[in-house]
Design a protein around this ligand. Sequence first.
Ligand SMILES: O=C(O)C1=C[C@@H](OP(=O)(O)O)[C@@H](O)[C@H](O)C1
Ligand SMILES: C=C(OP(=O)(O)O)C(=O)O
Length: 430
Amino acid sequence: MDVIVRPTAALSGSIGALSSKNYTTRYLLVAALAEGTSTIYYPARSEDSDAMRRCIQDLGAVLEEDEEKAVITGFGKHPKNVKELNVGNAGAVLRFLMGIAALTEEVHFVNTYPDSLGKRPHDDLIDALGQLGVEVEHHGGRLPMTIRGGKPQGGSITVSGEVSSQYLSSLLFLTPLLEGDSEITVTGDLKSKVVIGQTLEVLEQAGIVIQASEDYSKFRVPGGQAYQAKTYTVQGDYPGSAAVLAAAAVTQSDVTIRNLSPDSKQGERAIIDVLKAMQVPLTHENNDVRVQGNGRLQGLEFDGDTATDAVLAMVAAAVFAEGTSRFYNVENLRYKECDRITDYLAELTKAGARVEERQSEIIVHGRPEGVEGGVEINAHYDHRVIMALTVVGLRASQPLRIKDAHHVAKSYPQYFDHLKALGANVEWVE
Ligand SMILES: O=C(O)C1=C[C@@H](OP(=O)(O)O)[C@@H](O)[C@H](O)C1
Ligand SMILES: C=C(OP(=O)(O)O)C(=O)O
């Protein structure tokens, strides 16, 4: 399915934020790793969260769900032996479960998105699991892969943080369940570091004790722990909401998104400060973020690694800003659903934006006068590319046709419904 995005001068209204993807995957996982029954209120419904639902059930968790909550009885430290797992296109789900697979005799992870997740590297996690005696059969560090647990005991593990924080998160979920204590040392510059704060927060809520050094380079994990069954509430999602806020920032708007906590550990809440720094009229009170856009924005410089999943939306806003913007420290965007530097900038350029790439930077020469549009956009299987190009299309002179826009459902299936409700001229077409 494609989406046609037509020029839209104004947006107005109020929506509730979607539920956080990162917290949903984590709560589903820790509920599965507990032996009792946990309840998760307002879990996200999306392809990635459904991938975690499917896999934990395959591994033996029992899940019952209604509109409001998921009730999960976990398998504790004894996942069922299962022939294969299908994580869809969900990187975090794959990496977290690669760790948990070490508790089974053998699991095969299939490769259902060869042109997206199938291209992403997992070498650093494979190497770390190897240090625990876990055998991973793989294809050049990529899917498909087979993991043979071999009863890991814990010990000293070194993992690189240079490519993704998900490898470290995976080890943090696994090691408390091992018999012996573990000490994890992170080498290199840890990317998406703030996300580790979300992992530690959820582990603590699940009753797990971990000692972390302040810079997240060393972790002491006592072995023989048990995840406790708990009740969790999923907070609103900043990465997805960032795209809607960027849309409001580039149009004449009065848009409110509800349920975005100012105290969230999601780094992507930086979208608020970034839009403010771009001179976008914005307030954040009582969990409501309100943008009253006038279409005028100022360029800025920003360390994108602090807000990994909101950078594409920020760049889309910068396309219409006065002056030049620079998003630096973003090399790991190259290892996502697509190369979010080269592939994303190719699509922005087609639409008429003036952008330049460096190995770890995106530079945007703003065009406050607008861009031409009138082209077909390749989504590169990437929900965040789809959301960001939609923002650009709202302020293009001619419509943009985003091919295969259904991949938005990876994290935010209701994105286009939300935009439509705010008055955006967007339409699904076959
Ligand atoms: O742990 C997580 O849930 C995630 C970590 C981040 O990945 P990297 O650490 O690979 O940047 C983020 O981009 C991804 O959407 C979700
Ligand atoms: C990169 C993302 O997810 P994942 O790594 O879990 O596939 C994302 O949601 O933007």
